[in-house]
Write a protein that binds this ligand. Structure first.
Ligand code: UD1
Ligand code: UDP
Length: 384
């Protein structure tokens, strides 16, 4: 098949894997035109492997770069060296990266060094603050400079790219592939008893996740103290589940401050399927995660974001997500309001889908087919 183009996917962390999986699986539907090559850096080891299992993806290459307490420099240098060798072996026609991790940035830089065209999925997100989130805001800005094709999820992210003079012909507004993954997994049958977490029927479940680098130290302690206060104040009404991120800097603080409360369940990172089904069962979500901010609105769950700034303003504008930062008092007050004031809760509890319609992967691959001359027209874009 002389015209078959080789598409090399590179990713390394849990959220990249979740958001890349639908695109990898879509790419595999066109074997006559596209050859799919999956490279994982293994920036995350256990948390990446969990996702690969759920979506049945077997990588062609695994760089296995993770070290305990790794530095940004270590991730970037090991990825650069590892991806270089694969590019030289495989001579891909395009390299695809997702989001804003150090894996994505370094793989994008490798592509540039070898003049391999680069496609950037989830392009154009911005807070316009170099330190929030750190280092992701700069990673994604650098990726915009490096990329040849840009796949923004929303109109706002598209506008950021246009403001940076990215040419419109190189952009396809797709929606976020996380919604493709979410709809797939949320539609599967799952019995929460399998998680081993013994939830009490009738109690309100608060789902919490936290890991952001800029929250390490004092802010993370503030978040944990707030969770503790809420759990104690509403001990007869509320249960908290907090799957603890594998990062020891996070895990040590969370275990120390929340490890001995009867209604706070600390768990290992959950597989994507149980996690989404817990989110479906929850009353409220507290998170500093990017992906969770996109998924919860789709499931109609109010979110309090444990950050001062977000690159995902769409659900804030829709009124289902509120920024509360890592300030202990504010987190406690806003959570209390949602627990005791039904009208406040009802205002935030609406299913909205500003981030996607489940067809982002299909648009992405169709745009690639057009780019390679195997389709006549561009796909219809996402209409938020
Ligand atoms: C990384 C990304 C961040 C993303 C987050 C998703 C960068 C700089 N950061 O942050 O953008 O939001 O992933 O979760 O790219 N660890 C394990 N097992 C795992 C995963 C992590 O043991 O499966 C531990 C290791 O000790 C590792 C540490 O966590 O060194 C930190 O991992 P790292 O990928 O550097 O940072 P994250 O905070 O996870
Ligand atoms: N997630 C998961 N198990 C968990 C916690 C989160 O599968 O225990 C999923 C979540 O649904 C979302 C993604 O992981 O799709 C978010 O990853 P993370 O918060 O680590 O990174 P971010 O999105 O902030 O980059």
């Amino acid at each position: 098949m002389p015209n078959r183009k080789k598409v090399m996917f590179v990713f390394g962390t849990r959220p990249e894997a979740i958001k890349m999986a639908p695109v990898v699986n879509e790419c595999r539907k066109f074997p006559e035109f596209l050859e799919t090559l999956v490279v994982v850096t293994g920036q995350h080891r256990q948390m990446l492997d969990q996702v690969l299992r759920i979506f049945k993806i077997e990588p062609d290459y695994d760089l296995g770069i993770m070290e305990a307490n790794q530095t940004l420099t270590s991730i970037v240098t090991k990825t650069l060296t590892g991806v270089e060798e694969i590019i030289l072996n495989e001579r891909p026609d395009i390299l695809l990266v997702q989001g804003d991790t150090s894996t994505a940035f370094a793989a994008g830089l490798s592509a540039f060094y070898y003049k391999v065209p680069l496609g950037h999925i989830e392009a154009g997100l911005r807070t316009f603050d170099k330190w929030q989130p750190y280092p992701e805001e700069i990673n994604r800005k650098l990726l915009t400079s490096l990329a040849d094709l840009h796949f923004p999820p929303t109109t706002i992210s598209l506008e950021h790219l246009l403001a940076e003079k990215v040419s419109r012909e190189t952009i396809c507004l797709t929606g976020n592939t996380v919604i493709d993954a979410l709809l797939d997994v949320a539609g599967r049958k799952y019995d929460l008893a399998q998680t081993g977490i013994k939830l009490t029927p009738g109690k309100k479940l608060i789902l919490v996740t936290t890991h952001r680098r800029e929250n390490w130290g004092g802010p993370l302690r503030g978040i944990c103290s707030a969770v503790k206060t809420i759990a104690e104040r509403f001990h007869d009404q509320v249960e908290v589940v907090l799957p603890v991120h594998k990062n020891p800097t996070v895990a040590n603080v969370v275990n120390e401050l929340l490890g001995s409360l009867p209604n706070v369940f600390l768990t290992e990172p959950l597989e994507y399927e149980p996690f989404i089904h817990l989110m479906k069962a929850s009353y409220l979500v507290l998170t500093d995660s990017g992906g969770v901010q996109e998924e919860a609105p789709s499931l109609g769950k109010p979110v309090l974001v444990l950050r001062d700034k977000t690159e995902r303003p769409e659900a804030v504008a829709a009124g289902t997500v509120k920024l509360v930062g890592a300030n202990e008092e504010l987190i406690v007050n806003e959570t209390t309001k949602l627990l005791v004031d039904k009208s406040e809760y009802d205002k935030m509890q609406r299913a909205v889908n500003p981030y996607g319609d489940g067809r982002a992967a299909s648009r992405t691959i169709y745009f690639l087919l057009k780019y390679f001359g195997s389709a006549d027209s561009n796909p219809e874009e996402f209409n938020a």
